[in-house]
Design a protein around this ligand. Structure first.
Ligand code: XMP
Ligand code: MG
Length: 178
């Protein structure tokens, strides 16, 4: 399916599942090398990262811990800028190597908020691994952004975990609004 409708909007295919999975395999290889003997803590940002987190972690063959945080900021297709934590961070991150796993870095507001909370716990290191990155939408520079699956244009996307007003998270490909 190259074109789909979600609620009132039309979308066309941007990234096929096969392309996504090939890229995730490469990111996994890189993480296995970079974090060997460090027992990192992977923290997925819910809800959007759930499929990426699952597919990425299947590629990780070093010892690691896995956790999640949930935050909410979006209404429809716009970031509201005010972030609400609805489900908290693991509280034992001191001296740990933390990898935050995101579906997408758009304005950067969400990550800025989460990164402040993570740094408060004095981890040994923090990086961000995001499947998608919209460089043209970025309003808060994210120094920790180290692993990026795909840089995409500044357009709203759905699928592979990402939703438009609650729908589309289950789509295995990623679509952009047209
Ligand atoms: P910010 O703007 O804070 O956004 O970097 C981060 C969170 O907002 C969601 N987001 C999107 N969701 N299509 C979506 O379905 C998009 O194009 C989009 N842009 C941002 C996403 O959950 C991300 O974690
Ligand atoms: Mg999200």
């Amino acid at each position: 399916m190259n074109k789909i409708q979600v609620h009132d909007k039309d979308f066309e295919i941007l990234l096929e599942n096969d392309t996504i999975n090939k890229r995730i395999r490469l990111i996994g290889i890189q993480l296995n090398v970079d974090y060997e003997n460090r027992c990192p803590v992977f923290i997925g940002v819910l809800n959007g990262s759930f499929l990426f987190m699952a597919d990425l972690l299947k590629e990780i063959d070093i010892a690691c811990e896995v956790g999640f945080i949930q935050v909410a900021s979006y209404k429809g297709t716009e970031s509201t800028g005010s972030i609400k934590e609805t489900f908290g961070l693991p509280t034992n991150l001191k001296d740990r190597d933390v990898v935050l796993v995101e579906d997408i870095v758009d304005t950067g507001f969400t990550l800025k908020y989460i990164l402040e909370k993570v740094h408060e716990q004095k981890p040994a290191s923090v990086t961000v691994c995001s499947l998608l990155f919209k460089p043209k939408a970025l309003k808060e520079p994210i120094e920790e952004l180290t692993y990026v699956g795909f840089e995409i244009p500044n357009e709203f996307v759905v699928g592979y975990g990402l939703d438009y007003n609650g729908l589309g998270r289950n789509l295995k490909d990623i679509y952009r609004a047209i």
